[in-house]
Design a protein around this ligand. Sequence first.
Ligand code: UT7
Length: 323
Amino acid sequence: MLRSRIIGCGAYLPEKVLTNDDLAKTVDTSNDWIVGRTGITQRHIAADGQLTSDLALAAAERAVSAAGISVDELDLLILATSTPDNTFPATAAKVQARLGMHQGAAFDVQAVCAGFICALSVADKFLLSGQAKKALIIGAETYSRILDWNDRTTCVLFGDGAGAAVLSAENSVENGAERGILAVKLHSDGRHYDALYVDGGVSSSQTSGHLRMQGKEVYRHAVVNLAAVAGEAMEAAGLAPSDIDWLVPHQANLRIMNAIARRLDLPPEKMVVTVDRHANTSSASIPLALVEAIEDGRIKSGDVVLMEAIGGGFVWGSAVARW
Ligand code: UT7
């Protein structure tokens, strides 16, 4: 059976690191509060003039190289971001040109922190329908540009970064089991628009605005919705929690991640954690975590990987893949 298989991943983090102690010099917070409430110790911040497209391109080049393919083989590029370079064109168009990809289609998806799962879902459908054969999906963000650096309830939580994956339409079986994306489930509920949003925009204020969040409200929905949608994805793939080798969650808050793992009956050692060093990089957080776990040898061929994410909207989703 034809499946979309992830054949290579790449990531990029800006050089500059901002620690909790650095932040405590400019805003009324402390390392103890941030670590205790979120597990975050530091985050990466894009340099002046370094754009979302720069981060995306670096991650994309690494993913293409890890996949061992030529850029000429790509016929789809989907970039998930809520911090695009410009209002239009899509940041994907700039990345496509700089990558040297002169064929196929390139566009952005905007699903905030769930962007990577949404991009994965769209690419999967393109590949399964035959409309594309090899897709590059990217999650890239420069949240440092939309944070209110005087608001301690949000500015300590986010960081910049990018991650990418190449998907290929294949019939690949290992030890009798099909490899590739086994199931994807997506949901959204726009009644929660105001719980996590940016208070600016082209149509509303002609400014880019700042991120605003009702943290407790988001927390509550995150735990319940993510555990539920991950359960749906496992069920659709015909898998039980005991079949999952790695949980790669959206990295927003270690407490949320642990609560979901408990609800899913997955031991903490099966969860890939990068939030401590990356903070919440929105659409980039899952591919950044994937790259770390692939490169250090945790995720191996044949492993079953469960991913889940929620973002402003709310929009949330989960995907299961056999590597
Ligand atoms: O990608 C998806 C998007 N985001 C999320 O998933 C985030 C979801 N929410 C959360 O992770 C948590 O709600 C937070 C980490 C944002 C906050 O944790 P909390 O346990 O819900 O804390 P809280 O908002 O109830 O705040 C507790 C106290 C408050 O003080 P009072 O009112 O009790 O005196 C806050 O003003 O902590 C205070 N506080 C801080 N203190 C020091 C809030 N932020 C800070 C801070 N440093 N940075």
